[in-house]
Design a protein around this ligand. Structure first.
Ligand code: AMP
Length: 290
């Protein structure tokens, strides 16, 4: 595995890959890697000849009170994991390589893209500007890496839909490939932030996924959506979760729905804080083929 940190080295990798006729796959991450990230690397390796993984904690997507400075950066460990999974190139630029004027916020940066229709609901309600910062930096990295395929996890389903929409609307020459959510044995969706959970909170955290599973089975039994969601919120609140949202939404538009239509792919989406740590999860509830 080559470990590189400059845009110039990245361009040389691309030239060599293209000359060899390689299909180039790209997995963007913010590091603190776990099996969720690594499953995307596995998928890229199955489908591509050259697999580039970036690790970059994007300042533009963190709000002023969010954990940008304290976000975990275990670089040596991450590189070992990437190497063991057969990554071809690890791209670890520093902040100034990407943002030469040390831009910290979208307001500091000259240009931005936005996918407004999908960015204001769900997580966008409480994390103002988060998705504009995410999608602007993602477009910048797609322009630098110039992959044939790029790999994104369903764990962050809203983010995935925003990237898919950006690529479709602006006709970016890249294919977006979805990876399913990887979970701990007890069902908790893997996340770099899980390590911030106290032992007590870690023991309770899998309830989020369990409640989504229970809700799905009640919905498939024909129970009314509003009653199922209300019960799910109560259960989580009793367990100490501070719920940000727990709703059903269309997969395509993320629009919240009041009743289920089996012909429309729909998911339950949840975000909640437990012991100060923000957890998100989602689960498909209609039986439509993917
Ligand atoms: P992050 O480092 O959190 O920005 O995530 C980088 C990529 O890994 C994104 O496409 C995420 O959706 C994906 N990812 C994070 N957690 C998981 C998970 N548990 N299962 C699958 N993909 C994940």
């Amino acid at each position: 595995m080559r470990v590189i940190s400059t845009v110039r080295e990245l361009a040389a990798e691309w030239d060599t890959g293209r000359l060899a006729g390689s299909v180039i796959g790209y997995v963007p991450t913010m590091g603190a890697l776990h099996e969720g990230h690594l499953s995307l690397v596995d998928l890229a390796r199955e489908q591509c000849d050259l697999v580039i993984c970036s690790i970059f904690v994007n300042p533009l997507q963190f709000g002023p009170d969010e954990d940008f400075e304290s976000y975990s950066r275990p670089v040596e460990r991450d590189l070992k994991l990437l190497e063991a999974r057969g990554t071809s190139v690890a791209f670890l630029p520093d902040w100034v390589e990407i943002f030469p004027r040390r831009e910290r916020t979208l307001q500091d940066f000259g240009s931005h893209v936005s996918v407004p229709r999908l960015s204001h609901q769900l997580c966008g309600r409480t994390r103002a500007g988060h998705f504009d910062g995410m999608v602007t930096e993602s477009l910048l990295f797609l322009n630098l890496v110039r992959p044939d395929r790029t790999y994104w996890g369903e764990k962050d389903f809203q983010q995935l839909r925003i990237i898919e929409t950006l690529v479709q609307d602006l006709r970016l020459p890249v294919r977006v490939v979805r990876g399913v959510t990887r979970r701990e044995e007890d069902g908790l969706a893997m996340s770099s932030r899980n390590m911030n959970l106290s032992p007590d909170a870690r023991a309770v955290a899998p309830r989020l996924h369990q409640v989504l599973l229970e809700s799905r089975s009640r919905l498939l039994d024909g129970d009314a959506l509003s009653a199922v969601l209300a019960a799910a919120r109560d259960t989580l609140t009793e367990r100490g979760f501070e719920i940000e949202y727990l709703v059903a939404g269309e997969e395509e538009s993320l629009t919240e729905v009041r009743t289920l239509d089996s012909r429309v792919p729909t998911r339950l989406f949840a975000a909640a804080r437990l012991d100060g740590v923000r957890l998100i999860d989602n689960l498909r509830v209609t039986e439509v083929a993917p």
